[in-house]
Design a protein around this ligand. Structure first.
Ligand SMILES: Cc1ncc(COP(=O)(O)O)c(C=O)c1O
Length: 408
């Protein structure tokens, strides 16, 4: 039999199924209360609107175009709608600055492919979105810590990257309600990231997957908007904005976008020609119709439900978590990030929790490029009702109290 491992490219050595993901697959059991998922609640999908939009396409003259190959840049009316949305966020953009991807995940993969040679350094927050690490890993980079509140000098980053055998190539972050922490980078932090990127001569990849999901507090301009305010226009900007319809409309259609300076967009178009030619024509058309007819109403509907769940989870954590456990207070998104007392291991806790408490969550370590964060965990409230939250957090609190008492 062929020794597959011996013939796979070196880049495949970092492509490993995460143990956690394998474990979480088993958790679709009715006796387990799961805060692990991190996916939108399917009850909130605009099903009737999608159904109507598909029916209209199939019943009308657009059907031939909808089922045909189309251009790699994406469906023009959708790009036009997005350019207007971007302008409303303080990002004056034309259609030539907007490129449609198959989910924002594809944007991350393409950007990894575009910028990273083996041993180059990607700056990411500790922790960061696991899917971004998976996308970038294929291009064999090193990682260094991006800390929007920190004071590492550009020279220190350059030196560390040179020692690792490459150059610093970009800074990647999710500035709004990040996955996994739920935290938001304040305006000063965003400005500091821009300063650092300018000093290092690198782009900033702004992952805006959760940006529309703000439930309270004041919106902070996207990093790209802050940069355009400095520079005057998008084509002078180094920030590459990755957006998604997955958290607002539905992830199953796989439609996201990149908004950036034209030279970046032109390269992304070439990457897409080589990879998958274009994103699904019919799905782009459908997303466009549903977005044009009622994007704001859909977002308002989601806000009301997720805000309630976020509040219920924070209240339950206050009520049931023992002293020594802390957690974030997100103003939006889907996640609360819990820090346990030092010495408590999130992965071991998950194993016990599944056995006894019957509550699932994601241990935090997988989100750290340096493998730290063992005493952290991610809870998602997006698919949990009041009863699940109250009962699940009570059981988890009891389990953690027992663990902490044992360790003391
Ligand atoms: C921070 C972040 N970025 C990007 C994605 C990818 O989303 P999609 O490819 O569905 O747009 C996700 C999905 O969970 C995410 O959490």
């Amino acid at each position: 039999m062929l020794n597959w491992e011996s013939i796979f490219a070196t880049r495949s050595s970092r492509m490993k199924a995460s143990e956690i993901r394998e474990l979480l697959k088993l958790l679709d059991r009715p006796d387990i209360i799961s805060f692990a998922g991190g996916i939108p609640d399917p009850e909130l999908f605009p099903q009737a609107e999608f159904s109507q939009a598909y029916a209209e396409i199939f019943g009308g003259p657009a059907v031939s175009a909808a089922l045909q190959y189309s251009v790699s840049e994406g469906y023009r009316p959708l790009r036009e709608w997005l350019a207007k949305q971007m302008a409303a966020l303080g990002i004056p953009a034309t259609v030539d600055n907007v490129f449609i991807t198959s989910g924002s995940q594809q944007g991350l993969d393409y950007l990894g492919k575009l910028f990273l040679s083996p041993r180059d350094t990607a700056l990411v927050t500790w922790p960061t979105y696991l899917g971004a690490l998976q996308a970038f890993n294929a291009y064999e980079p090193n990682y260094d810590q991006l800390n929007p509140g920190g004071n590492r000098t550009p020279e220190a980053y350059v030196q560390a990257a040179a020692e690792a055998g490459g150059r610093v190539k970009f800074a990647y972050l999710s500035a709004d309600f990040a996955n996994p922490t739920g935290e938001t980078v304040d305006r000063a932090g965003r400005e500091r990231v821009l300063d650092l990127a300018e000093e290092l001569g690198i782009p900033v990849i702004e992952d805006a997957a959760y940006q529309s999901l703000r439930y309270d507090g004041e919106a902070i301009p996207p990093i790209l908007a802050l940069e355009i305010a400095r520079k005057g226009d998008i084509n002078s900007a180094r920030t590459i904005y990755c957006g998604s319809f997955s958290k607002t409309l539905a992830p199953g259609l796989r439609v996201g976008w990149v908004c950036a300076a034209e030279p970046v967009i032109r390269k992304l178009v070439l990457l897409k020609q080589a990879a998958d030619l274009h994103s699904s024509t019919i799905n782009q058309m459908t997303i466009c119709t549903v977005a044009e007819r009622g994007f704001d109403e859909q977002v308002a509907k989601i806000h009301a439900v997720y805000k309630h769940r976020r509040d219920a989870m924070l209240a339950a954590l206050d009520k049931y978590m023992p002293v020594g456990v802390t957690w974030t207070k997100p103003e939006g998104g889907m996640f609360v990030w819990v820090t346990l007392p030092k010495g408590t291991d999130g992965a071991e806790l998950l194993a016990k929790s599944i056995q006894s408490a019957k509550v699932a969550f994601v241990p935090g370590r997988a989100f750290f490029a340096d493998g730290s964060g063992e005493n952290t965990l991610r809870l998602s409230f997006s698919c949990a009702n009041d009863k699940m939250i109250e009962e699940g957090i009570r059981r988890l609190g009891d389990l953690i109290r027992g663990e902490v008492a044992q360790a003391a």
